[in-house]
Design a protein around this ligand. Structure first.
Ligand code: PDD
Length: 288
C-alpha cells in the first residue's frame, strides 16, 4: 500500500500518520466516513458525498469541522502529495468524535478529528465485469434502523466485516444481508439490484440500507437510456429467480452478479440490461 494520509491538516506518508488511542473513533467506533474516487483526476459526485457525510454527522450529533470547500482543498492537497502512478485516486474521508476522557459524555470531546486517506485506486479485475461475480446470502442480519441506522455511513463496521468475512470464507465476491424482517437489504460493501422483465429493482432505503451514491446515480443512468429503475421490497426468491442481478459501489461501479449461493442467475452470464447500465454509467462518470 502506498497511501498518503492527512490527519487534521497534517499530510504525511502512511507510516507517520498517527491518531490518539483516546480518540473516540478508536475507542468506541464513534465516527463516520465517505469513500470517493476520481475519474480523470477529478473527484466524482463530491457534492453528493458531502451531503451524505453531513447527514451521517447529523444522525450522530457530530459537528463537521470544515466547509465543503475546505475539505475539497484538503483532499486536492493530499492527492497532490500521493504517488498515483497514472492511476485514479481512492479517497477515504473519516470524521470522528475526537480525543477525550473514557466516557460517552459529549463534552469530553469538544473537537472532532478528521482524516483523509488517499491511495491509488484498485479497481476490480476486468474479468469480474466480463464474467460477473458470485455472491452468497449470509446469516448476519443488517442493523435494525432503530439500532445503528444503516443510513449512517459509520466507521463502526463490525456488522459489515462479519458479513463480508462469511462471504469470503464461502469463496464469494460479497454477501447479501437480510433485515430483521427477512427482506433483502444490500451487500456488505455495495448496494444490490435485480432485473426482472426488463425492470431494474432495488430494495427501498426503509428496508434498512445505506443510500449509495452509485445507487442514486443508477436511477438517473437508467432514465437516460430508457431503462426503468424502481424500488421494491425484495426477498430471497426475487433474487434467485431474477433475470439479472448486479451490485454497485463507488469503487466497483456496476458489477454483474451471475450466481447466488452457487445457483446461476440469468444463465450464469452478465445480462444485457446490466451491461448497458455499466457502459452508460462509465461514459457518464468519465465525461464528469
Ligand atoms: N462502500 N452499502 C454499503 C454497506 C457500503 O459500504 C457501500 C459503499 C455502498 C455503496 O455506496 P456508494 O455507491 O456510495 O459507494 C452500499 C464504500 C465503497 C466503502 O465502504 O468503502
Amino acid at each position: 500500500m502506498a497511501a498518503t494520509v492527512n490527519v487534521n491538516g497534517r499530510i504525511s506518508d502512511e507510516q507517520e500518520a498517527v491518531i490518539s488511542v483516546f480518540d473516540h473513533g478508536f475507542l468506541y467506533g464513534e465516527g463516520i466516513y465517505e469513500t470517493l474516487r476520481t475519474y480523470n483526476g477529478r473527484l466524482f459526485l463530491f457534492d453528493r458525498h458531502m451531503r451524505r457525510l453531513r447527514n451521517s454527522a447529523r444522525l450522530i450529533g457530530l459537528a463537521i469541522p470544515f466547509t465543503d470547500n475546505e475539505l475539497a482543498r484538503q483532499i486536492s492537497e493530499t492527492i497532490a502529495a500521493t504517488k498515483l502512478d497514472e492511476k485514479e485516486a481512492y479517497v477515504r474521508v473519516l470524521v470522528t468524535r475526537g480525543v477525550g476522557e473514557l466516557t460517552y459524555e459529549l463534552k469530553a470531546t469538544p473537537k472532532a478529528s478528521w482524516v483523509i486517506i488517499v491511495k491509488p485506486l484498485v479497481e476490480p479485475a476486468a474479468e469480474v465485469y466480463k464474467r460477473g461475480c458470485n455472491i452468497v446470502l449470509v446469516d448476519v442480519v443488517r442493523n435494525h434502523p432503530g439500532s445503528v441506522n444503516p443510513m449512517i455511513k459509520c466507521n463502526n463496521l463490525m456488522n459489515q466485516a462479519l458479513a463480508a468475512q462469511q462471504a469470503f470464507k464461502r469463496g464469494a465476491f460479497d454477501g447479501v444481508m437480510r433485515n430483521y424482517r427477512g427482506e433483502l437489504t444490500e451487500c456488505a460493501t455495495s448496494n444490490l439490484f435485480i432485473v426482472k422483465n426488463g425492470i431494474v429493482l432495488t430494495p427501498p432505503v426503509e428496508c434498512g440500507l445505506l443510500p449509495g451514491i452509485t445507487r442514486e446515480f443508477i436511477f438517473e443512468t437508467g432514465r437516460d437510456v430508457g431503462i426503468e429503475v424502481g424500488e421494491q421490497v425484495l426477498r430471497d426468491d426475487d433474487l434467485l429467480n431474477a433475470d439479472e442481478a448486479f451490485l454497485t459501489s463507488t469503487t466497483r461501479e456496476v458489477v454483474p452478479i451471475v450466481a447466488v449461493d452457487e445457483r446461476a442467475i440469468g444463465g450464469g452470464k452478465p445480462g444485457p440490461v446490466t451491461v448497458k447500465l455499466l457502459k452508460t454509467f462509465r461514459d457518464l462518470a468519465r465525461a464528469g
